[in-house]
Design a protein around this ligand. Structure first.
Ligand code: NAD
Length: 457
């Protein structure tokens, strides 16, 4: 494999020239990115259709429009984000003044997975550009049509010494570039397994990382929830993109007393939204045979209450609801990442905690209840990345919230201002005037202990 080192060294030189530091430069690059998204809109739809059979409406909300809204928000706020932030100063340092400068980190590497192959590459890029970095982008080779369009768009829009696309098999491309070159930040989205490999490689060069990983995200449905609304809101995001969403509800734990009612509405919603004559065309396919076969193997456990049909040739996998699933079944041990939804029931809280504890730590948690006390109870007693009350997955689309995992589901966060912060170094400066220079601050310190104890207590 040809080394990318000369190109990376050029990026380093370009970054060191400080061209990317200015507000005007960053603003212009964000505008260029936005324009190119509009220009390539139709090609992006075609690519996402080829890779995942995504429909244009979903592409807009979850990929192109999502990224444009991140750009718009960054453009609106960039000047204020870049401004010096004044900070307090403690008594010990009186009469100094303190402030924080957000500075670019340098050359960043952004690695994306295949499930939202455009958005998961470009949304972090918005933050990296806003913060003034140079960037290497690694699209997923498992969404090849989208990777090709992304390569074309980026190469046409930006100089390669500013933003460079690295295509190909991640398992060989990434170790090679991370070995040859010291990145100033690695932003990885994908499986926990590969995330661990990335973290190890980054550690060798003390490169900081953001890891946006996976996990099993549960839904808890309480008996006092609006059951019909809960079923609809779980169905829409569980089966969107055929369940290939990191924050899709992975499994549902519904209170025993409302289980039948919930299942009735869940089946109805799955049918109406994705599986009826009129909606099936708008339902995504499974990305590739490997993922398809994994999902097929799940149908051996439990009772299929709804769906369960599939077609290997078209990689179609019907929205599927499963009950009576043993807790040691593969679908309850692994992240499902597909349109199979196990529904379990519970009577006592301990049962819920026990199941969640098997899969520390969820990327998301969704609680359906009309009680503030129950909401507080669940959200404060379980460690998870982020989540929703009476909703599922949509917290991801709110750029006022930081998005990220905890423990096994990742580290760090992004979206909106949090992306800017992720790709910035907070440089802390304290400025001390010279007019006040008491002898107290200089040796000899002998005999000053009591005074020091008064200042620091
Ligand atoms: P993937 O296989 O496309 O891999 C992600 C990236 O890692 C790709 O760019 C690939 O080239 C690279 N890669 C693969 N093997 C590698 C290796 N050995 N060394 C270095 N790089 C390698 O995607 P995936 O991992 O199958 O994605 C699915 C997972 O991602 C799920 O677990 C899902 O939950 C998670 N995910 C998380 C988020 C989030 O925001 N937290 C979003 C989407 C997906």
């Amino acid at each position: 494999m040809e080394t990318m080192l000369p190109q990376l060294q050029k990026m380093r030189e370009y970054f060191t020239s400080r061209v990317t530091y200015t507000y005007e430069y960053r603003k212009q690059q964000l505008i260029k990115l936005k324009k190119t998204l509009y220009k390539y809109e139709k090609e992006i739809y075609a690519a996402l259709y080829a890779d995942l059979k995504k429909n244009p409406e979903e592409c807009w909300i979850t990929e192109i429009g999502f990224t444009i809204s991140e750009i718009n928000y960054a453009l609106k706020n960039l000047a204020s984000w870049m401004r010096l932030k004044s900070a307090g100063t403690n008594l010990l340092n009186f009469p100094s003044r303190s402030y924080i400068v957000h500075e670019p980190l340098g050359v960043a590497l952004i690695i994306a997975p295949w499930n939202y192959p455009l958005q998961l590459l470009l949304a972090p890029l918005v933050g990296a550009i806003a913060a003034g970095n140079c960037v290497v982008l690694k699209p997923s080779e498992f969404a090849p049509a989208t990777a090709a369009v992304l390569g074309k768009m980026i190469e046409e829009t930006f100089e390669q010494y500013y933003i460079l696309v690295a295509q190909g098999d991640g398992a060989s491309v990434i170790p090679s570039i991370m070995h040859d070159f010291r990145f100033d930040h690695v932003f990885y989205t994908g499986s926990t397994q590969v995330g661990t490999i990335i973290y190890e490689m980054a550690a060798k060069k003390l490169t900081p990382v953001t890891l946006e990983l996976g996990g099993k995200s549960p839904c808890i449905v309480e008996s006092d929830a609006d059951i019909k609304v809960a079923a609809k809101r779980i169905a829409i995001t569980k089966f969107s993109n055929a369940g290939q969403m990191c924050i899709a509800p992975d499994y549902v734990m519904v209170h025993q007393s409302v289980k039948e009612q919930f299942l009735h509405h869940l089946k109805e919603a799955a049918e109406n939204f994705y599986n009826a004559e009129s909606t099936r065309d708008y339902y995504s396919k499974i990305i590739n045979p490997k993922q398809f076969d994994r999902l097929v193997s799940y149908t051996n456990s439990g009772t299929i209450l709804y769906g369960g049909h599939y077609d290997a040739e078209s990689l179609f996998f019907e929205p599927t609801i499963v009950t009576d699933v043993p807790l040691d079944a593969p679908m309850m041990r692994e992240e499902i990442f597909g349109p199979v939804l196990p529904v379990l029931s519970w009577q006592h809280e301990e049962e819920v905690y026990k199941i969640i504890e098997q899969h520390n730590n969820p990327l998301a948690l969704y609680v359906f209840t009309s009680s503030n006390a129950r909401e507080k109870k669940w959200t404060r007693s379980i460690a998870f990345g982020g989540g929703c009350i009476n909703n599922a997955s949509w917290h991801f689309t709110n750029h006022h919230l930081p998005f990220g995992g905890i423990g096994n589901s990742g580290m760090g966060n992004y979206h909106g201002k949090f992306s800017f912060e992720t790709f910035s170094h907070k440089k802390a400066i304290m400025k001390t005037p010279t007019w006040f220079d008491p002898a107290l601050k200089y040796p000899p310190f002998k005999g000053k202990l009591n005074l020091f104890k008064k200042i620091i207590r």
